[in-house]
Design a protein around this ligand. Structure first.
Ligand SMILES: Nc1nc2c(ncn2[C@@H]2O[C@H](COP(=O)(O)OP(=O)(O)OP(=O)(O)O)[C@@H](O)[C@H]2O)c(=O)[nH]1
Ligand SMILES: [Mg+2]
Ligand SMILES: [Zn+2]
Length: 288
């Protein structure tokens, strides 16, 4: 039988088959070892009678945080207040995901807590202008219909800081999820309600995984030119730089730096790039 793994808890996998029937199975042979273990999001061949997973289909991609395979779409959920809009984490996640062949959707939450929309509207417009899809959300104004349509037909994950409103968003899509939304108990860690396993939840004809929030993710980037290209708008205009492989730092005739100075490129984007550059430089130095 063929099915999709939707949950994994201590070596036991919940699989949904093509007739929407639920099975629980364990991996056998090689799959028992961690590096070969099946993951949530895996399409597998399994023996329903003996409850064993026999084969894992080739993966399209795999994430380590959360541990999940075959992700089509990532929803980057970022609050504009409480916690304040963290553009550094947003730019970091955008750069990391850029080359994974995963579609990116940004959801800005807690718009109701913004007294003055001016700066935020400009930021939102900027991310749209460089090609990211964004949705705005707030108390009693969650774009449920639009987000459902985004999930339909895909495997998606939510990512973003703790307290950004990820679980709140999912509960609005389907109140029966009853996901815990208390920031405090999350922050305290091992609270009794805190979900620690990854699980795909059904929304329309798609699947989405809630994840605990996080504040940082490391870069795993082969070289600095790749990092510079992972900033979409830098890549788009890099042919205007004087040097072919311009990294937009100290090189003369850099079109990107000119665009930052002219206010065409968001200053925070460039600042974050420069910061990540130094970080990746150190990672690469230690690696080779
Ligand atoms: N005012 C306002 N509060 C919101 C909004 N969305 C979520 N909240 C509140 O923000 C708090 C955190 O929301 P959660 O949904 O638990 O956040 P989370 O991203 O799932 O957090 P973690 O699970 O810790 O990663 C809760 O108290 C929510 O009620 C919003 O749009 N406006
Ligand atoms: Mg949550
Ligand atoms: Zn340049």
């Amino acid at each position: 039988m063929r099915g999709l793994i939707i949950k994994a808890i201590s070596g036991e996998y919940t699989i949904i088959d093509q007739e929407n029937k639920i099975h629980v199975a364990k991996p056998r042979g090689l799959f028992r070892f961690k590096e070969h273990a099946p993951k949530v999001g895996d399409w597998v061949e399994f023996d329903a009678k003996h409850k064993v997973i026999q084969k894992i289909a080739q993966r399209r991609n795999e994430l380590n945080r959360p541990v999940i395979a075959n992700v089509d779409k990532v929803f980057l959920v970022f609050s504009v207040r409480e916690p304040d809009l963290n553009l550094r984490l947003l730019d970091r996640l955008l750069a990391i995901i850029e080359y994974m062949d995963i579609e990116i959707v940004i959801v800005f939450t807690k718009l109701d807590l913004l007294a003055d929309r001016g700066d935020f509207d400009q930021i939102n417009e900027y991310y749209r202008s460089i090609g990211y899809k964004t949705y705005l959300s707030g108390l009693n104004a969650i774009p449920v219909k639009e987000i459902k349509a985004e999930i339909d037909g895909y495997i998606s994950v939510l990512a973003g800081q703790s307290g950004a409103g990820k679980s709140t968003l999912l509960n609005a899509l389907d109140p029966s999820f009853q996901l815990k939304t208390d920031v405090i108990s999350r922050a305290l860690g091992r609270g009794k309600h805190t979900t620690r396993h990854v699980e795909l939840l059904r929304v329309e004809g798609g699947w989405i995984a809630d994840t605990p929030g996080f504040g940082n993710v490391d870069f795993d980037i082969p070289d600095l030119l790749t990092l510079s290209h992972s900033f979409r708008e830098f890549f788009a205009h890099s042919d205007k730089c004087k040097f072919n492989r311009c990294l937009h730092l100290d090189e003369p005739g850099c079109a990107i730096k000119d665009m930052v100075a002219d206010g065409v490129i968001l200053h925070s984007r460039y600042q974050n790039y420069a910061l990540f550059y130094r970080e990746v430089e150190i990672i690469l130095k230690n690696k080779y």
